[in-house]
Design a protein around this ligand. Structure first.
Ligand code: MV4
Length: 462
């Protein structure tokens, strides 16, 4: 097993990883930006080294600085967390070349899954269902026109180097196609440095369902069931749950088999997620995420498996200690992402000092947080402060518990989306499991409910 591991991340996920390392008796090394000098991850780690700077490219995205600290401090491995360098194949390769273990899959697999056209091709060869669309990159608008006519409008134009929904555009008819192709191409060229695009039939009100997998370095692969992540805003998930209320045992088995077949085909080791889109009883491969995800927590609650510790053990060369038939799921889990943003003003970021902080607790509740009273929310990073995870014997209990916890949560200073999340938990459609990726835009009234929550602050004046 490793003796010392560097965590190349910040915030709640860095804290999550450091906690796992401590419980495993492994020394932890944090790296931090100037803004994160007093952050929890900096304080919790056994060692902490400054990255000198604030902008991402000078700090958490700076491969040279991170490798230098890792080498100087003699760590055995680096955990990249999510975001930042976690899915940069160049980083994984640099770590490997420095003689350090990258806690994640091989750089080649990161590269393959980063190319959405190559991934689609692989799925086709494996017989995993994909949405109808391009077999290769669209090189001429004439090709796009022909294909769009064949599969029928609306079509979705995606960047090969994209992912997570960034820069995708819908064309509802031939008159829009040219312009949308141009938009996606330009966006892709400037953001990814690769203007290759492809098109798919656009599925209008799908559900976003993903399957967690774990694989070791000896070809043992298991899946840990699905997570439903349909409630999103601008491709940022805000509520996730497991199990999904639309997935039957039969579909779960089929999606699980597809996910493990994909992992097997690429010799996947570490934790990974296969994203699917689900519509009218059918599922289609979207992309594979080669990192640990924000919402891995809900799967941990159901399966009783620590995904981060398992990732570390796999990277250290251990075999998975369980087989598919050993895995069972108990109850229902929900996650709400608590963000410093004002839901009553277009969710604009709300930075500043947290003047009062009190996290909820009690049976069946988990708070994975990167903040505390006196913490300053900076403008440099993502606005997510913490994750509130509720577990219940059934979905209703998990929802009631989440609503109760949101009521208990006190964060003063920055505005947060807690009132909005509380409104989602109370929504009839949410309670009936009647959700899709269009949930937020189709439920404008939730802003009124959120406003009422702010007025009352969940307290009854007596
Ligand atoms: C789609 C889709 C509908 N049809 N592809 C979003 C994340 C990235 N992995 C791919 N995503 C989608 N791909 C086809 N052919 C719907 C999504 C999607 C989505 C689209 C618009 C607004 C919100 C969304 C949330 C989840 C998934």
């Amino acid at each position: 097993m490793f003796k010392k591991v560097l965590v190349a991340n910040r915030g709640e996920i860095a804290v999550r990883i450091i906690r796992a390392l401590k419980e495993m008796g492994i020394l932890s090394v944090a790296v931090y930006s100037d803004a994160d000098r007093s952050s929890l991850h900096t304080q919790y780690a056994d060692y902490a080294y400054s990255l000198n700077g604030d902008r991402s490219i000078d700090t958490y995205m700076n491969i040279e600085k991170i490798i230098k600290i890792a080498t100087d401090t003699g760590v055995d491995a680096i955990h990249p967390g999510y975001g930042f360098l976690s899915e940069r194949e160049t980083f994984a390769r640099a770590v490997e070349e420095a003689g350090i273990t990258f806690i994640g899959p091989d750089s080649k697999v990161i590269q393959l899954m980063g190319d959405k056209i190559a991934a689609r091709k692989l799925m086709q060869s494996l017989g995993v269902p994909i949405v109808r669309g391009s077999k290769r990159a669209i090189s001429q608008s004439g090709d796009a026109r022909k294909l769009a006519e064949k599969i029928g409008y609306p079509v979705l134009i995606k960047a090969a180097a994209g992912g997570g929904g960034m820069g995708m555009r819908v064309a509802y008819g031939p008159e829009e196609l040219e312009q949308m192709l141009e938009n996606v191409r330009n966006h892709a060229a400037s953001v990814f440095g690769d203007s290759s695009v492809f098109i798919e039939k656009y599925i209008e009100r799908p559900r976003h369902i993903e399957v967690q997998i774990l694989g070791d370095k000896y070809g043992n692969i298991v899946h840990l069931g699905e997570r439903e992540c349909s409630i999103q805003r601008r491709h940022q998930k805000i509520v996730e749950e497991s199990p999904s209320s639309v997935i039957t045992p039969d579909i779960r088995e089929k999606m699980g088999a597809a996910a493990t077949a994909i992992a097997r085909a690429v010799n996947y080791h570490s934790a990974g997620t296969v994203e699917f889109i689900y519509d009218k009883g059918e599922f289609y491969f979207l992309e594979m995420n080669t990192r640990v995800q924000v919402e891995h927590t809900i799967t941990e609650m159901l399966a009783g498996i620590d995904i981060i510790k398992t990732q570390i053990r796999i990277a250290a060369g251990e075999q998975l200690s369980f087989k598919q038939q050993d895995i069972s799921f108990r109850g229902h889990a929900l996650e709400c992402r608590i963000c410093a943003e004002n839901p009553l003003n277009g969710f604009i970021p709300s930075p500043g000092v947290i003047t009062e902080y009190s996290a909820p607790g009690g049976f069946g509740l988990r708070v994975d947080s990167g903040v505390y009273s006196g913490y300053e929310v900076s403008t440099y990073y993502d606005s997510m402060l913490s994750k509130l995870i509720s577990w219940g014997n059934d979905r209703n209990e998990a929802i009631s518990r989440m609503q109760r916890a949101l009521n208990e949560y006190v964060i003063a200073g920055p505005k947060t989306n807690i009132p909005y999340l509380w409104a989602v938990m109370g929504s009839n459609d949410f309670r009936c499991g009647n959700i899709s990726t269009k949930f937020i835009e189709e439920h404008e009234h939730l802003f009124d409910e959120a406003r009422m929550f702010v007025k009352k602050m969940g307290r009854i004046e007596g």
